[in-house]
Design a protein around this ligand. Structure first.
Ligand code: KG4
Ligand code: ZN
Length: 412
C-alpha cells in the first residue's frame, strides 16, 4: 500500500509518500519521499507563528513539494498521450465537472488552486492508494490549506482520505527507528528509499508529548486507545522555552537557542534558582507560565548588576534544568502508577538533548524501556502522519465534504 500524507498544522509544509509492502514481513516501512519546507525565517521577525502568513506560505509550497515528492518516488508522470492532450485542451464533461468540484473545494485557496491547475491537473493519476492529512490540533488557517489540498487530490485521483490527529503522529514518530538503507530494496526506479523499522510496543505505555502547543502525558493502552492523564494548565513547555528565549533577547524558536546557551560557561559565577512548578502535585498536570514569570523577575534583577550576555547562559541552563526536571519526574511517576511497559517521547521539544539524556537515565534507573523519536522526526513532519494513517485505515473517508479542521482536537 502506498500512502501520500500531508502535514500543515503549524509552520512546516510537509509531504511524505510511504510504501508499506514489507511491513508484514519485517515491520519496515519504505519512505519513497519525505520533504518538509520550514517557514521559520518568515515568522521569525514576528517572534512567533502568524496563522494567516502560514496559510499563504502553505498555499505556495504544497504543489512544488508534491511535485518533488512524486518525482522522488517515481510516481510523476505527465499525461502525454495524444488522447489525453486533447482532453486537456478540450475538457470533457467529467473533467469539467471535476474542475468545478475542485473550484468549490479550493474557493478560499485560490493561489493553491492556480498551482494545482497548472502543475497537478496535467499529471497521470499516480499509483497511490490513499491520501492522509492532519486535521488537528493546530492553527486553523494552516490546517485548512492541508485539508483542502488533500480533498482536492482525493477528488482528482479518486482516492480515500484518512484524517489524522497531529498528536497521534507525534506518538508514532517515537515508534520509528531509522534503518540503514537496504540495497536489496533499492529498486531501480525508487531512487531514494529510506527504511524505518516500526518498533511494535508492549502496552500500556506512557507518551510524553512536548511541543510549542502541547505538553501532555498520554496513557496508551494499544494503538488507537489513548487517554490524556495529564497536561499543561497554561503554557506548553515549548512555549515556555520560546518566551524565556525572548526575555533573554534570543530569536524564535527559542528551544534550540536556550539549549545552545545552556552549554556555555558561566564566567561571572552568577547563581540563580528557579521553581519546579507542580513537581510534587499529586496529579500529572503541568504549569509553565509561573516558571516564565520567575525568569522575567530573575532577568530584571540580574540586569541591575550584569549584562544580558553574562546572564544568558545561567538563566538558560537553570530554566532548562527546571523544565526538564518537572517533565521527567512526572513522566516516571505516571509510568509507575500505570505500570507501563514503555515510555515514548515525541514532539518538537523532544529534540532537546538534556531531556533526551536525562530521560534515558531515569528510565534505565527505573527499568522501563524508552523509545525516543529520531532527531529528524521530532518536529512537525508528514512521515509521522503517513505512519499514523497506515494504522488508521478504518477511518478512511469516501465522503470528503464532511472533513473539517479541528484546531483543538484531542487524543481523548
Ligand atoms: O512539534 P513542534 O515542531 O511544533 C508544534 O507542534 O508546536 O514544536 C516546536 C517547539 C518550539 O516551541 C521550539 O522552541 C521547541 O519545539 N524546540 C525545542 C528544541 N527544538 C525545538 N525546545 C527545546 N530544546 C530544543 N532543542
Ligand atoms: Zn507538533
Amino acid at each position: 500500500m502506498k500512502i501520500l500524507a500531508i502535514e500543515t498544522s503549524c509552520d512546516e509544509t510537509s509531504i511524505a509518500i510511504i510504501d508499506t509492502r514489507s511491513f508484514r514481513k519485517n515491520s519496515t516501512i519504505a519512505v519513497l519521499a519525505h520533504n518538509t519546507s520550514s517557514q521559520i525565517k518568515i515568522h521569525q521577525k514576528f517572534g512567533g507563528v502568524v496563522p494567516n502568513l502560514a496559510n499563504r506560505e502553505h498555499q505556495k509550497n504544497l504543489v512544488p513539494i508534491l511535485v518533488k515528492s512524486l518525482k522522488e518516488a517515481s510516481l510523476y508522470k505527465e499525461a502525454r498521450s495524444k488522447k489525453q492532450e486533447l482532453r486537456r485542451k478540450r475538457p470533457q464533461k467529467n473533467l469539467n465537472s471535476r474542475f468545478l468540484i475542485l473550484d468549490s473545494i479550493l474557493k478560499r485557496e485560490q493561489e493553491l488552486f492556480a498551482r494545482i491547475r497548472e502543475h497537478i491537473l496535467p499529471l497521470k493519476k499516480p499509483h497511490i492508494d490513499a491520501v492522509a492529512v492532519t486535521i488537528g490540533p493546530g492553527l486553523e488557517p494552516a490546517l485548512w490549506v492541508g485539508i483542502n489540498f488533500a480533498r482536492a487530490l482525493a477528488t482528482l485521483w479518486d482516492l480515500p482520505l484518512i484524517p489524522i490527529n497531529h498528536m497521534e503522529g507525534h506518538i508514532f514518530s517515537a515508534l520509528l527507528k531509522a534503518e540503514k538503507t537496504n540495497a536489496k530494496l533499492q529498486k531501480p526506479n525508487y531512487k531514494k528509499i529510506k527504511n524505518y523499522k516500526f518498533q511494535m510496543q508492549k502496552f500500556p505505555a506512557i507518551a510524553l508529548l512536548v511541543s510549542g502547543g502541547h505538553t501532555e502525558l498520554v496513557c496508551i493502552k494499544g494503538i488507537g486507545k489513548y487517554k490524556i492523564i495529564g497536561e499543561t494548565l497554561d503554557d506548553a513547555v515549548g512555549e515556555a522555552f520560546d518566551k524565556t528565549a525572548r526575555l533573554l533577547g534570543l530569536r524564535y524558536p527559542g528551544g534550540p537557542e536556550i539549549a545552545k546557551l545552556a552549554e556555555k560557561k558561566n564566567i561571572k559565577n552568577i547563581s540563580i534558582s528557579l521553581p519546579r512548578p507542580m513537581i510534587r502535585s499529586n496529579n500529572f498536570d503541568f504549569s509553565f507560565s509561573g516558571l516564565k514569570t520567575a525568569v522575567l523577575y530573575a532577568v530584571q534583577d540580574l540586569k541591575k548588576q550584569y549584562t544580558l550576555k553574562d546572564i544568558q547562559p545561567v538563566v538558560a541552563r537553570e530554566f532548562q534544568n527546571a523544565a526538564v526536571e518537572v517533565l521527567i519526574t512526572k513522566t516516571i511517576a505516571a509510568s509507575k502508577k500505570y505500570k507501563t511497559r514503555a515510555i515514548l517521547l515525541g514532539g518538537g521539544v523532544s529534540a532537546n538533548k538534556k531531556l533526551r539524556v536525562d530521560l534515558t537515565k531515569a528510565s534505565k534507573q527505573n527499568n522501563i524501556p524508552l523509545l525516543i523519536s529520531p532527531l529528524s522526526l521530532t518536529g512537525d513532519n508528514a512521515l509521522m502522519i503517513a505512519i499514523a494513517a497506515f494504522f488508521n485505515q478504518k477511518k478512511a473517508k469516501k465522503n470528503i465534504s464532511s472533513l473539517k479542521a479541528n484546531a483543538h482536537m484531542r487524543l481523548s
